[in-house]
Design a protein around this ligand. Structure first.
Ligand code: NAD
Ligand code: 4PL
Length: 244
Protein backbone atom coordinates (compact mmCIF):
# COMPACT_ATOMS: atom_id res chain seq x y z
CA UNK A 1 0.00 0.00 0.00
CA UNK A 2 1.37 3.36 -1.01
CA UNK A 3 0.90 6.38 1.21
CA UNK A 4 -1.33 8.09 -1.40
CA UNK A 5 -3.86 5.37 -2.23
CA UNK A 6 -7.21 6.88 -3.31
CA UNK A 7 -5.73 10.39 -3.35
CA UNK A 8 -5.93 12.74 -6.33
CA UNK A 9 -2.96 15.02 -6.97
CA UNK A 10 -2.37 17.93 -9.31
CA UNK A 11 1.31 18.42 -10.16
CA UNK A 12 2.12 21.62 -12.02
CA UNK A 13 5.24 21.83 -14.16
CA UNK A 14 5.21 18.03 -14.44
CA UNK A 15 6.01 17.83 -18.16
CA UNK A 16 9.68 17.54 -17.17
CA UNK A 17 12.28 17.97 -14.46
CA UNK A 18 11.47 18.07 -10.75
CA UNK A 19 7.69 18.18 -11.32
CA UNK A 20 7.88 15.06 -13.50
CA UNK A 21 9.93 13.14 -10.93
CA UNK A 22 7.44 14.11 -8.22
CA UNK A 23 4.48 13.05 -10.39
CA UNK A 24 6.15 9.64 -10.93
CA UNK A 25 6.66 9.23 -7.17
CA UNK A 26 3.07 10.17 -6.31
CA UNK A 27 1.82 7.58 -8.81
CA UNK A 28 4.16 5.01 -7.24
CA UNK A 29 2.56 5.86 -3.87
CA UNK A 30 -0.91 5.19 -5.30
CA UNK A 31 -2.18 8.63 -6.31
CA UNK A 32 -4.09 9.53 -9.46
CA UNK A 33 -2.09 12.39 -10.98
CA UNK A 34 -3.11 15.30 -13.19
CA UNK A 35 -0.12 16.78 -15.01
CA UNK A 36 -0.59 20.52 -15.56
CA UNK A 37 1.93 22.35 -17.71
CA UNK A 38 2.30 25.24 -20.12
CA UNK A 39 3.86 22.72 -22.50
CA UNK A 40 0.75 20.82 -23.61
CA UNK A 41 2.58 18.19 -25.67
CA UNK A 42 5.02 17.56 -22.85
CA UNK A 43 2.16 17.25 -20.39
CA UNK A 44 0.39 14.72 -22.66
CA UNK A 45 3.57 12.69 -23.03
CA UNK A 46 4.25 12.67 -19.29
CA UNK A 47 0.63 11.78 -18.49
CA UNK A 48 0.74 8.85 -20.94
CA UNK A 49 4.02 7.58 -19.54
CA UNK A 50 2.95 7.74 -15.91
CA UNK A 51 -0.68 6.76 -16.41
CA UNK A 52 -2.37 10.07 -15.55
CA UNK A 53 -4.16 12.92 -17.28
CA UNK A 54 -2.86 16.15 -18.81
CA UNK A 55 -4.04 19.74 -18.77
CA UNK A 56 -2.32 22.44 -20.82
CA UNK A 57 -2.40 25.59 -18.73
CA UNK A 58 -0.47 28.73 -17.80
CA UNK A 59 -0.51 28.96 -14.00
CA UNK A 60 -0.03 32.73 -14.15
CA UNK A 61 -3.49 33.10 -15.75
CA UNK A 62 -6.37 32.97 -13.29
CA UNK A 63 -8.76 31.24 -15.71
CA UNK A 64 -6.14 28.60 -16.55
CA UNK A 65 -5.48 27.87 -12.87
CA UNK A 66 -9.21 27.40 -12.33
CA UNK A 67 -9.42 25.17 -15.41
CA UNK A 68 -6.81 22.80 -13.92
CA UNK A 69 -9.03 22.36 -10.87
CA UNK A 70 -12.25 22.05 -12.89
CA UNK A 71 -10.68 19.35 -15.09
CA UNK A 72 -9.41 17.44 -12.05
CA UNK A 73 -12.83 17.50 -10.36
CA UNK A 74 -14.54 16.47 -13.62
CA UNK A 75 -12.16 13.51 -13.97
CA UNK A 76 -11.88 12.36 -10.36
CA UNK A 77 -14.49 14.19 -8.25
CA UNK A 78 -11.86 15.21 -5.69
CA UNK A 79 -8.54 17.04 -5.29
CA UNK A 80 -6.45 16.11 -2.26
CA UNK A 81 -2.95 17.27 -3.16
CA UNK A 82 -1.34 20.15 -5.00
CA UNK A 83 2.36 20.01 -5.77
CA UNK A 84 3.22 23.26 -7.47
CA UNK A 85 6.52 22.93 -9.34
CA UNK A 86 5.82 25.10 -12.41
CA UNK A 87 8.20 28.03 -12.64
CA UNK A 88 10.65 29.82 -14.88
CA UNK A 89 14.27 29.18 -13.81
CA UNK A 90 16.17 32.16 -15.22
CA UNK A 91 19.87 32.93 -15.50
CA UNK A 92 20.03 36.66 -16.20
CA UNK A 93 22.83 38.93 -14.94
CA UNK A 94 21.53 41.61 -12.59
CA UNK A 95 22.54 44.41 -14.97
CA UNK A 96 20.29 42.91 -17.66
CA UNK A 97 17.20 42.71 -15.45
CA UNK A 98 14.58 45.23 -16.53
CA UNK A 99 11.10 45.78 -15.16
CA UNK A 100 9.40 43.70 -17.86
CA UNK A 101 11.59 40.71 -16.97
CA UNK A 102 11.04 41.29 -13.24
CA UNK A 103 7.27 41.33 -13.82
CA UNK A 104 7.41 38.13 -15.91
CA UNK A 105 9.24 36.16 -13.22
CA UNK A 106 7.04 37.48 -10.40
CA UNK A 107 3.94 36.75 -12.50
CA UNK A 108 4.76 33.12 -13.24
CA UNK A 109 6.69 32.16 -10.09
CA UNK A 110 4.78 34.09 -7.41
CA UNK A 111 1.39 35.09 -8.84
CA UNK A 112 1.13 31.55 -10.28
CA UNK A 113 1.64 30.06 -6.81
CA UNK A 114 -1.12 32.29 -5.45
CA UNK A 115 -3.52 31.54 -8.32
CA UNK A 116 -3.22 27.75 -8.29
CA UNK A 117 -3.28 27.74 -4.49
CA UNK A 118 -6.48 29.78 -4.45
CA UNK A 119 -8.08 27.49 -7.03
CA UNK A 120 -7.32 24.25 -5.14
CA UNK A 121 -8.42 25.77 -1.84
CA UNK A 122 -12.14 25.50 -2.59
CA UNK A 123 -12.46 21.71 -3.06
CA UNK A 124 -9.97 21.12 -0.24
CA UNK A 125 -12.01 23.27 2.16
CA UNK A 126 -15.20 21.47 1.15
CA UNK A 127 -13.53 18.12 1.82
CA UNK A 128 -11.93 19.34 5.06
CA UNK A 129 -8.61 17.92 3.85
CA UNK A 130 -5.77 19.08 1.68
CA UNK A 131 -2.02 19.08 1.13
CA UNK A 132 -0.33 22.02 -0.59
CA UNK A 133 3.35 21.57 -1.46
CA UNK A 134 4.99 24.55 -3.12
CA UNK A 135 8.42 24.21 -4.71
CA UNK A 136 10.64 27.10 -3.60
CA UNK A 137 14.46 27.05 -3.92
CA UNK A 138 17.49 27.03 -1.64
CA UNK A 139 18.78 29.92 -3.74
CA UNK A 140 16.54 32.13 -1.57
CA UNK A 141 18.74 31.21 1.41
CA UNK A 142 22.03 31.16 -0.52
CA UNK A 143 21.48 34.41 -2.44
CA UNK A 144 22.57 32.70 -5.66
CA UNK A 145 23.70 35.17 -8.38
CA UNK A 146 22.00 35.85 -11.75
CA UNK A 147 18.53 35.07 -10.43
CA UNK A 148 17.42 38.31 -8.72
CA UNK A 149 13.69 38.31 -9.53
CA UNK A 150 13.63 34.54 -8.99
CA UNK A 151 15.08 34.90 -5.47
CA UNK A 152 12.43 37.52 -4.70
CA UNK A 153 9.64 35.33 -6.06
CA UNK A 154 10.84 32.25 -4.16
CA UNK A 155 11.03 34.26 -0.93
CA UNK A 156 7.46 35.24 -1.71
CA UNK A 157 6.53 31.59 -2.23
CA UNK A 158 7.89 30.78 1.25
CA UNK A 159 5.91 33.68 2.73
CA UNK A 160 2.75 32.68 0.88
CA UNK A 161 3.17 29.08 2.06
CA UNK A 162 3.27 30.34 5.67
CA UNK A 163 0.11 32.38 5.06
CA UNK A 164 -1.65 29.38 3.48
CA UNK A 165 -0.72 27.26 6.50
CA UNK A 166 -2.09 29.87 8.91
CA UNK A 167 -5.28 30.61 7.01
CA UNK A 168 -6.18 27.08 5.94
CA UNK A 169 -5.18 24.94 8.91
CA UNK A 170 -8.68 25.12 10.38
CA UNK A 171 -9.95 23.43 7.20
CA UNK A 172 -7.65 20.43 7.55
CA UNK A 173 -5.25 21.75 4.93
CA UNK A 174 -1.47 21.81 5.40
CA UNK A 175 0.85 23.97 3.31
CA UNK A 176 4.59 23.42 3.13
CA UNK A 177 7.41 24.33 0.78
CA UNK A 178 10.41 22.38 -0.47
CA UNK A 179 13.60 24.31 -1.20
CA UNK A 180 15.69 22.17 -3.56
CA UNK A 181 19.32 22.81 -4.26
CA UNK A 182 20.65 22.84 -7.80
CA UNK A 183 19.16 19.86 -9.66
CA UNK A 184 19.93 18.26 -13.02
CA UNK A 185 16.51 19.01 -14.54
CA UNK A 186 16.03 19.45 -18.28
CA UNK A 187 15.62 23.19 -17.68
CA UNK A 188 18.80 23.62 -15.61
CA UNK A 189 20.87 21.48 -18.00
CA UNK A 190 19.72 23.58 -20.99
CA UNK A 191 20.83 26.83 -19.32
CA UNK A 192 24.08 28.40 -18.02
CA UNK A 193 23.23 26.79 -14.65
CA UNK A 194 24.74 23.61 -16.10
CA UNK A 195 28.20 25.08 -15.49
CA UNK A 196 27.56 25.63 -11.74
CA UNK A 197 27.14 22.04 -10.58
CA UNK A 198 30.78 21.39 -9.62
CA UNK A 199 31.12 24.70 -7.78
CA UNK A 200 27.88 24.19 -5.84
CA UNK A 201 28.94 20.61 -5.08
CA UNK A 202 32.04 22.03 -3.38
CA UNK A 203 29.66 23.81 -0.94
CA UNK A 204 27.48 20.74 -0.30
CA UNK A 205 27.93 18.32 2.60
CA UNK A 206 27.14 15.43 0.24
CA UNK A 207 29.50 15.51 -2.76
CA UNK A 208 27.22 14.54 -5.64
CA UNK A 209 25.08 16.32 -8.23
CA UNK A 210 21.32 16.39 -7.52
CA UNK A 211 18.77 14.64 -9.72
CA UNK A 212 15.02 15.37 -9.94
CA UNK A 213 14.45 12.02 -8.15
CA UNK A 214 16.28 13.40 -5.10
CA UNK A 215 13.39 15.83 -4.45
CA UNK A 216 10.48 13.43 -4.94
CA UNK A 217 10.49 11.57 -1.57
CA UNK A 218 10.20 14.84 0.38
CA UNK A 219 7.24 15.83 -1.81
CA UNK A 220 5.55 12.45 -1.28
CA UNK A 221 5.92 12.83 2.49
CA UNK A 222 4.49 16.36 2.56
CA UNK A 223 1.68 15.27 0.17
CA UNK A 224 0.66 12.36 2.39
CA UNK A 225 -1.48 12.02 5.50
CA UNK A 226 1.66 11.17 7.54
CA UNK A 227 2.78 14.81 7.51
CA UNK A 228 -0.40 15.96 9.26
CA UNK A 229 1.47 17.65 12.13
CA UNK A 230 3.78 19.57 9.76
CA UNK A 231 2.64 22.87 8.26
CA UNK A 232 4.05 26.26 7.28
CA UNK A 233 7.53 24.78 6.94
CA UNK A 234 10.21 24.94 4.28
CA UNK A 235 12.14 21.69 3.89
CA UNK A 236 15.55 22.29 2.32
CA UNK A 237 16.56 19.33 0.14
CA UNK A 238 19.99 20.23 -1.19
CA UNK A 239 22.72 17.83 0.01
CA UNK A 240 23.52 20.24 2.82
CA UNK A 241 24.41 23.24 0.67
CA UNK A 242 22.58 25.73 2.95
CA UNK A 243 21.41 25.27 6.54
CA UNK A 244 18.32 27.39 7.26
P1 NAD B 1 12.20 22.88 -15.77
O1 NAD B 1 12.40 24.14 -16.49
O2 NAD B 1 12.96 21.67 -16.18
O3 NAD B 1 10.62 22.50 -15.79
C1 NAD B 1 9.68 23.47 -15.46
C2 NAD B 1 8.34 23.09 -16.04
O4 NAD B 1 7.40 24.14 -15.68
C3 NAD B 1 8.34 23.00 -17.57
O5 NAD B 1 7.69 21.82 -17.99
C4 NAD B 1 7.59 24.25 -17.99
O6 NAD B 1 6.85 24.08 -19.21
C5 NAD B 1 6.64 24.46 -16.81
N1 NAD B 1 6.16 25.85 -16.74
C6 NAD B 1 6.89 26.98 -16.86
N2 NAD B 1 6.10 28.06 -16.81
C7 NAD B 1 4.83 27.61 -16.64
C8 NAD B 1 3.57 28.24 -16.53
N3 NAD B 1 3.44 29.58 -16.61
N4 NAD B 1 2.47 27.47 -16.37
C9 NAD B 1 2.58 26.12 -16.33
N5 NAD B 1 3.75 25.46 -16.44
C10 NAD B 1 4.86 26.20 -16.61
O7 NAD B 1 12.39 23.23 -14.22
P2 NAD B 1 12.94 22.41 -12.94
O8 NAD B 1 14.37 22.72 -12.83
O9 NAD B 1 12.46 21.02 -12.96
O10 NAD B 1 12.18 23.25 -11.79
C11 NAD B 1 10.97 22.81 -11.21
C12 NAD B 1 10.74 23.60 -9.94
O11 NAD B 1 11.88 23.42 -9.07
C13 NAD B 1 10.64 25.11 -10.15
O12 NAD B 1 9.73 25.64 -9.21
C14 NAD B 1 12.04 25.60 -9.86
O13 NAD B 1 12.04 26.95 -9.46
C15 NAD B 1 12.41 24.68 -8.74
N6 NAD B 1 13.85 24.53 -8.49
C16 NAD B 1 14.68 24.08 -9.48
C17 NAD B 1 16.03 23.93 -9.18
C18 NAD B 1 17.02 23.42 -10.18
O14 NAD B 1 18.22 23.55 -9.96
N7 NAD B 1 16.61 22.81 -11.27
C19 NAD B 1 16.50 24.23 -7.89
C20 NAD B 1 15.61 24.69 -6.93
C21 NAD B 1 14.29 24.83 -7.26
C1 4PL C 1 21.80 26.86 -5.84
O1 4PL C 1 16.65 27.15 -7.93
O2 4PL C 1 18.93 26.82 -5.98
C2 4PL C 1 21.06 27.11 -9.45
C3 4PL C 1 18.78 27.17 -10.62
N1 4PL C 1 21.71 27.04 -8.26
O3 4PL C 1 17.47 27.18 -10.01
C4 4PL C 1 17.62 27.12 -8.68
C5 4PL C 1 21.02 26.96 -7.12
C6 4PL C 1 19.70 27.11 -9.48
C7 4PL C 1 19.65 26.95 -7.11
C8 4PL C 1 19.00 27.05 -8.34
Amino acid sequence: MGKLENRVAVVTGAAQGIGRAIADKLVEEGAAVVVADLNGEGAERAAQELGGSAVQADVSQEADAQRIVDATLALHGRLDVLVHAAAIVPFVPWDDVDFAFWRKIISVNLDGTYLIGRAVEKPMREAGYGRIVNIASNSFFAGTPNMGPYLAAKGGVIGLTRAQATELGKHGITANAIAPGIIRSEGALASPHKDSFDFVQSLQALPRHGEPQDIAPAAAFLASEESGWVTGQTLVVDAGHVRN
